[in-house]
Design a protein. Structure first.
Length: 604
């Protein structure tokens, strides 16, 4: 991070003074400052003596990275709620906020949320009564403003709390144990994404259609979606706005137009938006609100403009064409948001999509047709000692299958990264079904898939992409998990502390978790310890006697119906999550929702 004078590089902390909140704020400040981040908070120079408090709170609301420590006191504080509402008002709420939720913040049950609604209703009533008792209400403008703000809090607190409770925030204890590493990693990832967008925008200079910035419309795009798809939608909004496309999103924009009805705001926005993007998912196709929005734009703006105002459709998760109404079937459907962006900002026949910079483009020059979601990490080949050395470390019955230690050589290859421990969303994209037991979040790894299921997935993916993906050979898996040539000799993939890198029996709460929340290993690969077991290409052998010494798959000539699994899972102890630990199972086995996978492809 180099821009120390802009919001892009600053990390703000929003919290309630005193008690546990202030103690954690201080711990966060110390930990992240030591990691090189610029921290801004009121008690550490962010707010000067006699500085204007409201201006500072508005600055927090505009910050790209805001750590919010949510406590019971926070949700009852008008200053804290002002900061939270300001953050939401400035858009991209889910990307910009990094919550730590304390135990006394009762937000997870509806009955507990109601208590905060009642609290602010009581504040409104109490202030109203006090004002009505005044004999002269002159010179009470600031108090009236305060009353209006209490009403705004009452109106918005439920929606804000709803978004917070749906985020996987981890517990304060888990953050403290990792020295707030997960928050640091997430902020670094967001900065990296922004830097990539900056690079893209530099390369696109001279190609951007000037009529967008000079448009007579207030918005370039009306984004139509179901609130139930908000996690997915937030990613879309972030990418659109990264290209300076002015997006109307009801979740962001309606709160700034208080005083008008929902229909008045929506009708105004439809008229004020040049183009319209419908995100087509089962949720949106069943929503009456969505139907009203797309029907209105189609009839009143799109048709009447003789198609100068464009009607765009994006296929969302679990897209099903049978749910699309006849009215929209003749409109082109885009498969990804990049296609939508290019259709909006790139001059016809001036720039092709293949000219855009590819993620990891220095390493992935030959992988031009991989889907965006299948980001790959380059693993430079080398030699390493594979397995467990009982002569050095002593006899260990749990490591018998990892003996004897032996030297192996591995050629360079690419392996799928963290979100790319294949998720349910990605599985559905190829297979059109979701076999997983844990369906609470489509960003969780796909589970309950057997080895043959995975081979069918790979066959379809290769047909679609014209690539040669496969499961990793066991020697490749262990080399990548240990960090390849960058290995620091950790016990688990990325650390000697299992809670930093893995979801396992001790912290998983008996379920899988969204990928990429833990720390990456030395190569930038996530979740290679824990979460789900990962299938390998090889047949299972009970030890390494006779194992190959190069990266070829170890397959028996005789029929062997068991395959290798590595990495441990959400229901296994820390020993099974060690890099060198091995397991095997029937190739057709799918039970217990413990089996997942990631992909590799050769670098040559």
């Amino acid at each position: 991070m180099t821009e120390t004078n802009s919001h892009k590089a600053k990390v703000f902390i929003s919290y309630a003074w005193s008690g546990e909140s202030e103690r954690i704020a201080s711990e966060v400040e110390k930990a992240l400052s030591e990691k090189g981040l610029e921290i801004v908070r009121d008690k550490s120079g962010g707010l000067d003596y006699k500085g204007l408090i409201k201006e500072f709170m508005q600055e927090i609301g505009k910050g790209n990275f805001v750590i919010v420590i949510i406590s019971d006191k926070y949700l009852r504080s008008e200053n804290c709620m002002f900061e939270l509402i300001e953050i939401a008002k400035n858009g991209n709420f889910a990307q910009r906020i990094f919550p730590i939720i304390l135990e006394d913040a009762k937000i997870y049950k509806p009955i507990e949320q109601v208590k905060y609604l009642k609290y602010w209703e009581e504040q409104i009533t109490e202030l109203n009564v006090a004002l009505n008792e005044l004999l002269d209400i002159g010179d009470t403008a600031e108090i009236q403003d305060e009353l209006s703000f209490y009403k705004q809090i009452r109106k918005e607190i439920s929606g804000l709390v709803g978004q917070l409770k749906n985020m996987n925030t981890l517990t304060p204890e888990m953050h403290q144990k990792s020295n707030f590493q997960q928050i640091y990693d997430q902020i670094e990832d967001e900065v990296s994404v922004k830097e990539k967008f900056d690079i893209k925008n530099e390369l696109l200079k001279g190609f951007i259609e000037p009529k967008i910035s000079k448009s007579k419309y207030e918005y370039d795009l009306f984004l139509c979606y179901s609130i139930k798809d908000l996690n997915f939608i937030n990613d879309i909004i972030f990418e659109l706005r990264a290209y300076n496309i002015r997006v109307f999103s009801s979740n962001d924009n309606l709160s700034t137009n208080a005083g008008k009805s929902y229909f008045e705001n929506i009708n105004y926005a439809l008229e004020a938006s040049q183009h319209f993007l419908l995100v087509c998912t089962p949720n949106s196709m069943k929503s009456g609100w969505v139907k009203q929005e797309y029907t209105s734009f189609f009839s009143n703006q799109f048709i009447k403009s003789k198609e100068k105002r464009r009607f765009l459709i994006l296929k969302g998760p679990y897209f099903d064409v049978s749910l699309v109404p006849q009215l929209l079937l003749n409109i082109h459907f885009s498969n990804n948001i990049s296609d939508v962006i290019m259709s909006l900002i790139v001059k016809q026949n001036v720039i092709k999509k293949t000219q855009l910079p590819n993620k990891n483009h220095q390493n992935l020059k030959k992988l031009t047709k991989i889907p965006e979601w299948l980001e790959m990490v380059y693993v430079e080949g080398g030699s390493y000692q594979m397995g467990y050395d009982s002569d050095v470390n002593g006899q260990n019955n749990e490591m018998k299958s990892s003996e004897p230690m032996h030297q192996v050589s591995v050629e360079s290859f690419y392996i799928s990264k963290y979100k790319y421990l294949i998720t349910q969303e990605q599985w559905v994209n190829i297979m059109k079904d979701n076999p997983s037991k844990f369906k609470t979040n489509i960003k969780c790894p796909v589970d309950s898939v057997n080895w043959f299921d995975v081979q069918e997935f790979i066959k379809r993916l290769n047909y679609r992409t014209k690539q040669k993906f496969r499961l990793p050979y066991e020697v490749e898996w262990e080399f990548a998990a240990s960090g390849g040539k960058l290995s620091k000799g950790y016990k688990y993939s990325g650390s000697d502390e299992i809670d930093e890198v893995a979801w396992y029996k001790g912290n998983s709460n008996n379920k899988t978790h969204p990928v990429g929340l833990k720390k990456a290993n030395e190569l930038g690969i996530f979740d290679m310890s824990g979460n789900v077991w990962e299938w390998c290409e090889d047949d299972w052998h009970s030890n390494y006697i006779g194992a190959p010494i190069s990266n070829i798959k170890w397959v028996d000539l005789d029929y062997n119906n068991s395959r290798v699994q590595r990495g441990g899972s959400w229901n296994r102890d820390e020993n099974k999550c060690q890099i060198i630990s091995r397991s095997g199972d029937k190739a057709g086995f799918w039970n217990l929702s413990i089996n997942g996978f990631r992909l590799v492809t050769s670098a040559t």
